[in-house]
Write a protein that binds this ligand. Structure first.
Ligand SMILES: [Zn+2]
Length: 158
């Protein structure tokens, strides 16, 4: 593998990696130049720390998005169930009215409608909470100094 470095005179020198740590003669200024022993290690490790941090930040946001997604899904499910309870309660109420009102039947039907309405309200609240969490995460990801544009998209699951 070839490897390049420069002589103090400015001449770019190319040698093989096996020559590291040995001396070569510069063809331009004839000086004896030491081939650098190893590639500078600091930037590579700093970069690694950065990407480990980025991965952690992305994981944290993705966990947050998972929670927000669960809230939205649970909220939607509650709204659906509540809606069915309301419809079921109303149908049973009308059925009771048609075939002669019976107090217990009416009470159960109205209780179903009430419970359904409560579930719909709760579902609306829970999915709104999920959307708020998502919005908060969106602005946190946007403002994060740790993430590049591509990382932000990754964190948002786009
Ligand atoms: Zn030179």
């Amino acid at each position: 593998m070839d490897f390049s470095f420069s002589c103090p005179c400015g001449q770019a020198l190319v040698t093989s990696v096996e020559k590291r740590g040995t001396e070569v003669k510069c063809p331009t200024c004839s000086a004896t130049v030491m081939v650098p022993a190893a590639a500078p290690a600091a930037p590579a490790s700093a970069k690694q720390t950065g990407s480990a941090l980025t991965a952690k930040v992305i994981t944290r946001y993705r966990d947050g998005y998972a929670v927000a997604g669960t809230l939205c899904a649970e909220g939607a499910q509650m709204k659906r169930l509540g809606f069915f309870a309301i419809v079921g309660g109303l149908v049973s109420y009308l059925y009771g009215l048609w075939y002669g009102p019976d107090r217990v039947g009416v009470a159960i039907s109205l209780a179903a409608v009430g419970l359904g309405a409560f579930m719909v309200a709760l579902g609306v609240f829970v999915s709104a909470l999920g959307q708020m969490v998502r919005a908060a995460l969106d602005s946190a990801v946007h403002g994060s100094p740790f993430l590049s544009e591509a990382d932000k998209a990754k964190a948002m699951g786009l």
